[in-house]
Design a protein around this ligand. Structure first.
Ligand SMILES: Cc1cc2nc3c(=O)[nH]c(=O)nc-3n(C[C@H](O)[C@H](O)[C@H](O)COP(=O)(O)OP(=O)(O)OC[C@H]3O[C@@H](n4cnc5c(N)ncnc54)[C@H](O)[C@@H]3O)c2cc1C
Length: 456
């Protein structure tokens, strides 16, 4: 019997397990290991708040590339399904979590999979490798699991703190480093002012959570550029005629994208449609750019790309606009100089973008909503630290994740390709750039399962 271990049971790890069970012979056993109590959710889909909506329409959130309506049809079968819900609607994220959990439970009962899938609750702290032998996974302090190969599906990490000279503030209870942790907003005076570091999707989640909790105080959101996510186009659009070829230089790509957006609008469609048309080519586009162009993109264009590419459901966008219009939410563009804790809260000093001046905010809490950390040299995750110090993996050149081959095999410190260690999901962003949303990850899981099936 061969054992394939998957470390992490968020969306990526769970879906990979499902595909592996269908693609590999019955002599392959799949062990899915998760350190949290919850399988098949991860931080994205573990939220209990029904206001936290998916940012991809239900019709595009199927777990299976070849059955695009699967999630939508599952939703329609739920007893509380709203009558007017369509494939273009945006479901609560927790429902997507329930859908993935159900797929996992059904798989556990499926005759062909019974006995071949083991769910293990535990934290993998290290992976030991002997030449020509199986891997040994240290799970917690007591258990070891031997596996012929292992896949890292360890997902997203809490954001990094901003770079300020005095870090003492980060050790105070006024600071919440993890916006997805249950206590991020707990115990907050509803009339107190709050600072959210970051103005992207996590900020949006946090504003809706504050509103739902009846928060009345001022909400400040601050990022270097103060850019906020754009909204999905509300109306259905006509299909676009095929676009121009995608150039291999960044400047030409930007020009092409602008021209395509203008053309889409001229043809009665939307700029959103022009961007979506590029989606299937995202990986090719990234890999076709030179290393210098990728670095330029990350330095100068990434925030613009993020807010246009990862958009809000219209109903969420309306809530954010309304919070701004009534003066509760203020978005600032600037750089934080210092945050100091006092008896009556935190004093945040920042420099508004493009000005030499300094401004001050007084808030009762600072929540870091800056988006997942991805520089593996700085992530304090014990397994990552251990794999790096053992030289079994290395960060990718752009510091977006770990260095992997196009088929997902991890590279060691010297660049040698592992035949036993693989990765899937956001940790592979360096090779693919867009490996965040479900439509990209599900394709990657299918391809990796097919690749691993060839190894037995
Ligand atoms: C808040 C949020 C909202 C999002 N909304 C959307 C959306 O609406 N639509 C969309 O398409 N995409 C969305 N995304 C993108 C999302 O990242 C992916 O869809 C997907 O959830 C990533 O899954 P993953 O399994 O790779 O990572 P994760 O979901 O982070 O799961 C990784 C799992 O690995 C476990 N783990 C980590 N280390 C270990 C270890 N050493 N041992 C054992 N277990 C370990 C963790 O506990 C975790 O459960 C969202 C992301 C976030 C963070």
């Amino acid at each position: 019997m061969a054992t394939f271990a998957i470390i992490g049971a968020g969306f990526s790890g769970t879906l990979l397990a499902l595909h592996l069970l269908r693609r590999t012979p019955t002599r392959v056993r799949v062990v899915l290991i998760e350190r949290q109590n919850r399988f098949a959710q991860g931080p994205a889909y573990a939220t209990g708040n029904p206001s936290h909506l998916l940012n991809v329409p239900a019709g595009r959130m199927s777990a299976f590339h070849d059955r695009p309506e699967d999630f939508f049809e599952w939703l329609a079968r739920q007893p509380d399904a709203p009558a007017d819900f369509g494939p273009g609607s945006f479901a609560p994220r927790r429902q997507f979590g329930a859908y993935i959990r159900q797929l996992l439970h059904e798989e556990l009962k499926r005759p062909g999979a019974a006995g071949r899938l083991e769910l293990v609750r535990g934290d993998v702290a290290a992976i030991e490798a002997e030449p020509h032998g199986p891997l040994s996974l240290c799970v917690g302090t007591e258990r070891r699991i031997e596996a012929d190969l292992a896949v890292l599906a360890i997902g997203n990490f809490p954001p990094e703190p901003p770079t300020i000279a005095d870090h003492a503030f980060f050790d105070t209870p006024l600071y919440r480093p993890d916006p997805w942790a249950g206590d991020a907003l707990g115990g907050l005076d509803p009339d107190a002012a709050v600072l959210l570091i970051g103005t992207g999707l996590t900020m949006v989640d946090t504003v809706t959570s504050l509103e739902d909790a009846g928060h009345r105080g001022a909400i400040h959101a601050l990022s270097r550029r103060g850019l906020t996510p754009r909204c999905h186009a509300a109306a259905a659009r006509p299909p676009l005629r095929p676009g121009a070829a995608i150039p291999d230089h960044l400047t030409d790509c930007v020009k092409m994208l602008r021209a395509e957006a203008r053309r889409a609008v001229r043809e009665g469609s939307t700029w959103q449609a022009a961007l979506d048309e590029l989606r299937p080519f995202g990986r090719d586009l990234w890999q076709n750019l030179s290393v210098e162009d990728r670095s330029r993109f990350l330095r100068h264009l990434r925030p613009w790309w993020d807010v246009h590419r990862h958009r809000l459901a219209p109903e969420v966008s309306r809530r954010i606009d309304a919070a701004g219009a009534r003066g509760q939410l203020t978005v600032h563009a600037g750089r934080i100089d210092s945050i100091l804790a006092g008896d009556d809260g935190a004093t945040v000093t920042y420099r508004p973008r493009g000005t030499g001046e300094q401004k001050t905010l007084r808030v009762a809490r600072v929540v870091n909503c800056a988006g997942p950390a991805c520089d593996f040299d700085r992530i304090p995750h014990p397994l990552v630290r251990r794999l790096l110090s053992d030289g079994m993996v290395r960060p990718d050149p752009h510091r977006l994740g770990l260095d992997v081959t196009p088929s997902g095999a991890l590279k060691d410190r010297r660049g040698a390709i592992s035949r036993q260690l693989f990765a899937v999901g956001p940790v592979t962003r360096g090779a693919f750039w867009e490996m965040t949303a479900v439509p990209d990850i599900r394709r990657q899981c299918e391809l990796l399962a097919a690749q691993l099936a060839m190894l037995v």
